[in-house]
Design a protein around this ligand. Structure first.
Ligand code: SF4
Length: 115
């Protein structure tokens, strides 16, 4: 069996939907920089969410991020929202307390502070 390559994943495999992504070239909006402050994160994620809202591949994007336990903002969901839906990110020690513990069950996401 041939080794799976990144280009195979993107062009013919489970990431084929990425060619229609509305966020191309906007990585900075979808992944937090080191040391991002909570207030900045809220604003960044609000901008990400607005882009996702008009994206035609939101469903496969969300499914991918949930199944792969991705970091960042995918498919209209933050890491916390994925955790609340039962798809908690595996994270380094020290960040665990920020995320809800679902014990395999969905938990309520933190209330948004953005009006
Ligand atoms: S749903 Fe959002 S994160 Fe996913 S491809 Fe579209 S714009 Fe990017």
């Amino acid at each position: 069996m041939a080794a799976e390559t990144v280009s195979n994943l993107i062009f013919t495999g489970p990431l084929a939907w990425t060619v229609d992504a509305a966020c191309v070239g906007q990585t900075d909006l979808f992944f937090a920089p080191a040391g991002e402050r909570p207030e900045t994160r809220i604003l960044r994620e609000a901008r990400s969410r607005a882009i996702c809202r008009n994206c035609e591949v939101v469903a496969p994007c969300r499914d991918w991020a949930r199944s792969m336990r991705e970091y960042g903002f995918w498919g209209g969901e933050s890491e916390e929202e994925r955790a609340a839906a039962g798809y908690r990110v595996d994270m380094p020690v020290g960040r665990v307390a920020r995320y809800p513990k679902g014990d395999g069950q969905p938990v309520k996401p933190r209330e948004s502070r953005v009006a």
